[in-house]
Design a binder for this molecule. Structure first.
Ligand code: ZN
Length: 181
């Protein structure tokens, strides 16, 4: 898991214990022995885009760990108070400084091993001039033939790119439900 287990109660700060609560629950939870608060941990959403300019897509070279120096699509953790599309657009702006027009949902990817759900939207670039943020070494456009497939940071990104190009070749885009095992 990317997230470390809860050690202390969010309510009172006491050390928690992991056990199945007495309320008919079936999973172990971090339960506070002092104030009885039960901490529920649920998957996080990662939201991103496939920004395209003509027949090219925008990739970002990561300036952060994990996978420093590898290429990725702009994506990141959704924030409270925003929609999936707002989060995807925000990440695209933060990581690539790219101006986009959001289009349809392309992939919904469950990654149960790390407790995440990734959602990628197609996004039409408004310009081919980018202003990447500190998390990105370089943002540039790649045609399908130019994609550095061996240097892609994450399997979710590789599969999203493959589905994007397959849909584009087929002449119609749809939503793909994918499980990353
Ligand atoms: Zn407590």
């Amino acid at each position: 898991m990317f997230r470390s287990p809860i050690k202390h109660c969010r309510n009172c700060g006491s050390a928690v214990t992991y056990r199945v609560p007495d309320d008919g629950d079936t999973r172990e939870r971090a339960v506070c022995p002092a104030c009885d608060t039960i901490h529920y941990e649920n998957p996080l959403n990662v939201v991103g885009t496939v920004p395209y300019w003509g027949d090219k897509v925008l990739l970002c070279k990561r300036n952060i760990e994990p996978r420093w120096g590898k290429w990725t699509l702009p994506a990141g953790f959704m924030e409270l108070g925003e929609t999936t599309e707002q989060g995807a657009a925000r990440e695209t702006d933060e990581e690539a400084g790219a101006k986009i027009e959001m289009e349809g949902l392309l992939t919904v990817m469950s990654v149960p091993r790390v407790g995440q759900v990734h959602l990628y939207y197609r996004a039409r670039l408004q310009s081919d001039v980018f202003d990447p943020g500190h998390e990105t070494i370089e943002a540039r456009l790649f045609s399908q033939e130019e994609i550095p497939w061996e240097e892609i940071a994450f399997r979710t990104v590789r599969e999203t790119l493959e589905l994007y190009f397959a849909d584009r070749a087929a002449g119609r885009f749809s939503v793909h439900n994918v499980v990353i095992v």
